[in-house]
Design a protein around this ligand. Structure first.
Ligand code: GLA
Length: 726
């Protein structure tokens, strides 16, 4: 079992073939973090402890008992679960207020338990796997004064350099306590010689890769909008200063949560670094009544010494196999045409039937009817909340029957967490919308947000969606979320529980998604949020696809897709060829093929030439499906770093095939260039049909490919396929 307790040294060692994680159980200073990094078969405890903890003995004999202060100070100690009030002045992993108003806690070790496998987190998304995939360590801690128990859980994977963590707090006192912070994971590092990588963005420019050296003080990325947001992503990496795509230490965290989060990097005056990830304490205060418990979301910790490229490939594999629902690991996703950019709100039954005929001709497998089919919705000013068909506008039975004649599938857009003041739902239940007492609610895009903390509201939303799923054969749901929360307030929560609002909101959303997945397991969910404003590992658990961005121009998308692929699988990255005129159809398809691939245009307006191109693209999509969805991604040239070039490739697991893509966002000063490929087998030879030539794998990776003039014009792209010659 890859978790061992060394009772002589009081050390817990979690390990697999590549990583080790060491925890020291001190007699009186709680849990000390000793090490996370490459697998260590042997370690010198004295050295580890010397570098991580400085203190004498805790209790001084006498009439009164005192805690002894650390020799130096607590700020060099590496803690597993730092708590508030006893001398660690860095940000702490937990802070509670007991019924006396006292915030000090002193969590001490009680016992631990090691088991095979991994449990599910109640009401929350998490990685899953069998007893062969995971081993679990639970460490039970206790603060004797407040009578609060903490259960720190670690799940180490057998085949990946990954440990997941979560914390559960149990109030074992007979009084209420208030939970002020509870981070899901704290990771202390002995130095501050790291680069901090993270993603930032905005609407139509989501997830740009950023990095800077860790600086003295605190650096934070966080969200306050009730969702993970366009502006940041619940992911980060600390890397060694020399780390790049292909080598260097990478310690990364991906947080499986879609609500307000915080990632905090803090250095101490003694140059050590603390990394914390969890629910954003800024909008969180949870009242735990006697014997109630609180479950934190799960954080995924990853370590590799093979650079950021390897980090990406590990996340892709683990999320494809242990986060995304089993159902969608093996089932091929239908190639879709989405109505939004092609029709906006302007469609009726006849138009849709014609679109279906044309789509079928092209080889499309599913029509997704986006916004505008329900209530009285002909613009964005009304009807969110009224999830029944606008029969004056569209006969959905007829549309679906027509699709079935061609063996095609049908998908439908919902924005379940929203309500328009101009809707039947609002007229009947104005109290379902979030608004604070005695204040005018803020409207965004003419809509308000539903109070998903209320079970009644969640039940109403679920019933409406399930009625649609029962009445119509719906194969796919696009689950949108087009505005952020303002005036967060819920009368039912009352003063005592109001601080729980944002967390309970996302639990409400998760509960509906969970129910849909349980009761309608064949429905494919693609989540969306004004483009890519809720792209996180939490949403991926419920739906294997996420709409990446409302920016659909292929060139503008390059940095967005690059940043998204940094820590989320390409198979999840919703990307469509649209009629956006800025870029040609060849390049649009090459870029969309980095993600799920689909179309979002009105096929009735296409010229014959473009239709022929699309048919060819669809053939290639099928040919490359396994490579682009489940292959290993190698970023060759980053468009964030080089404005003139972008290049990436996919390589199959057994290295018998690869797909190389090269795009020129802007014609640059260099007209000729060459590029080295990656990830191939150096002993294999590969045939490239586009060049009608066979190359040796080592040659392609050491010398590379020569690029010719034809490829270097602004907006051009090429893809080369390589197949092993046996
Ligand atoms: C959001 C989505 C779009 C589309 C519209 C419909 O902006 O990102 O893809 O669904 O809503 O209103």
């Amino acid at each position: 079992m890859p978790i061992k307790f060394n009772s002589k040294d009081n050390v817990l060692h979690l390990y697999n073939k590549t990583i080790s994680y060491l925890i020291f159980i001190s007699n009186d200073k709680g849990l000390i973090h000793l090490y996370f990094g490459p697998n260590l078969k042997k370690y010198d405890l004295d050295t580890l402890v010397y570098h991580t903890i400085h203190y004498n003995s805790k209790y001084v004999d006498g009439q009164e008992k005192f805690n002894s202060l650390f020799d130096l100070n607590d700020e060099t100690s590496m803690m597993e679960f730092p708590d508030f009030g006893t001398g660690d002045y860095r940000s702490v992993a937990v802070k509670i207020k007991n019924s006396y108003g006292d915030c000090t806690t002193d969590f001490q070790y009680k016992k631990h338990k090691i088991t095979k496998g991994k449990g599910k987190l109640e009401g929350l998304p998490s990685l899953y796997g069998t007893e062969n995939d995971f081993t679990t360590l639970q460490i039970f801690l206790q603060d004797k004064v407040s009578k609060v128990e903490a259960v720190l859980e670690y799940n180490i994977m057998e085949n990946y350099p990954i440990i997941t963590r979560n914390v559960k707090l149990v109030n074992k006192s007979s009084n209420d306590i208030v939970l002020k912070y509870l981070y899901s994971a704290c990771l202390d590092f002995p130095t501050m010689d790291y680069n901090f990588y993270y993603l930032t963005g905005q609407y139509c420019k989501e997830r740009t890769i950023r990095h800077n050296k860790v600086q003295p003080g605190i650096q934070m990325i966080s969200s306050l909008e009730g969702k993970s947001s366009h502006h940041t992503t619940p992911f980060c990496a600390l890397t060694s200063l020399d780390a790049c795509e292909d080598y260097g230490d990478v310690y990364s965290i991906n947080f499986i949560y879609s609500g307000n989060f915080e990632i905090r990097v803090e250095t101490s005056p003694c140059d050590s670094t603390r990394l914390l990830v969890g629910i954003n304490p800024e909008t969180f205060e949870y009242c735990l009544t006697p014997y109630e418990s609180f479950q934190s979301p799960e954080a995924v910790l990853l370590y590799t010494n093979k650079g950021l490229g390897e980090m990406t490939r590990i996340y892709h594999k683990v999320f494809n196999n242990h986060l995304i629902s089993k159902r969608w690991q093996t089932t091929k996703r239908p190639l879709l045409l989405n109505s939004w950019e092609g029709c906006i709100f302007d469609f009726d039954t006849e138009k849709l039937l014609k679109i279906i005929d044309e789509s079928h001709e092209l080889g499309i497998e599913m029509l997704v009817l986006d916004d505008g089919w329900f209530g009285k919705r002909n613009s964005d000013t009304s009807s969110l909340g009224d999830w029944y068909v606008n029969k004056d506008k569209v006969d959905l039975h007829k549309v679906i029957n027509h699709l079935h004649k061609y063996n095609m599938k049908f998908g439908l857009w919902f924005e379940p967490e929203m309500i328009c003041p101009d809707s039947d739902l609002y007229r009947k239940h104005p109290n379902y919308a979030i608004k604070s007492n005695n204040r005018y609610p803020t409207l965004m895009r003419h809509q308000m947000v539903l109070n998903m903390t209320s079970k009644e509201v969640c039940d109403n939303v679920y019933q409406q969606i399930s009625k649609m799923l029962d009445e119509y054969e719906i194969d796919y749901i696009k689950w949108d979320h087009n505005r952020s929360i303002t005036e967060a307030y819920s009368k039912e929560l009352g003063y005592k529980h109001m601080g729980e609002f944002y967390h309970r909101f996302i639990l409400g959303t998760y509960s509906i998604l969970e129910k849909i997945n349980t009761n309608y397991p064949n429905v494919l969910i693609e989540s969306c949020c004004g483009g890519g404003g809720r792209y996180d590992a939490g949403m991926l658990y419920y739906g294997p696809q996420v709409w990446t961005s409302d920016e659909t121009d292929a060139i503008a998308r390059l940095t967005i897709q690059e940043g998204t692929s940094f820590c989320f699988p390409c198979s999840s990255m919703g990307s469509h060829v649209t009629a956006n005129p800025r870029t040609n159809y060849n390049t649009k398809a090459k870029v969309a093929m980095m993600g799920t691939f689909g179309y979002e245009l009105n096929p009735l307006t296409l010229s014959q030439d473009i239709k022929e191109m699309i048919k060819q693209q669809i053939k290639e999509y099928h040919q490359y499906y396994n490579l682009t969805h489940f292959g290993n991604l190698y970023r060759l040239i980053s468009p964030s770093v080089n404005p003139y070039k972008a290049s990436w490739m996919f390589v199959s697991d057994n290295k018998d095939e690869a797909l190389f893509t090269y795009v020129v966002p802007l014609r640059g000063p260099q007209s000729l260039s060459y590029i080295k490929l990656k990830g191939l087998d150096e002993n294999k030879d590969y045939y490239c049909p586009q060049l009608d030539k066979t190359f040796n794998g080592k040659f392609l990776m050491t010398y590379g490919l020569r690029l010719t003039f034809a490829w270097v014009d602004t907006g051009q792209a090429i893809s080369y396929y390589f197949k092993e010659v046996k």
